[in-house]
Write a new protein. Structure first.
Length: 134
């Protein structure tokens, strides 16, 4: 939702939720999903006591214009260096053993690998602290 406010007033500071914004201040609404289509439509401010918020954001209205259609886009494939060329603390290299154990459904062994990594990191952090290295 997009709304207006008046410079001299401070009531807008109390609008912490969408439902707090008075209908007369709403100028546009959005509808959609980040996986499919995002639409918007302009709202004519109403002063009628009979209008409801559901009238403003009616998703079945034909007044909507597509802002962005993500369904037609395709993900860009990842380009990642082979694990053997990664630095020791890069995520894929660091967690390779855990990942392979999980894929083999060896959950106990994966947990042991994870605990070993975490303990090594704690030990290295303690050593840096002892030496005064940030």
């Amino acid at each position: 939702m997009i709304h207006t406010y008046n410079d001299g007033e401070s009531q807008y500071k109390e609008w912490t939720k969408v439902k707090h914004v008075p209908q007369s201040y709403i100028v546009a609404v959005f509808d959609g999903s980040w996986k499919h289509r995002i639409r918007w439509r302009r709202v004519t401010p109403t002063t009628s006591a009979n209008s409801s918020r559901s009238d403003i954001a009616d998703p079945n209205s034909s007044d909507y214009t597509t802002l962005l259609d993500l369904s037609i886009l395709r993900p860009v494939p990842k380009v990642v260096r082979p694990v053997s060329q990664q630095f020791p603390y890069e995520s894929r290299r660091l967690w390779t053993k855990v990942t392979s154990r999980l894929l083999k459904k060896e959950f106990g062994e994966a947990t042991k690998e994870k605990v070993a990594i975490e303990q090594k990191q704690r030990d290295e952090a303690a050593e840096r602290k002892r030496r005064g290295i940030e």
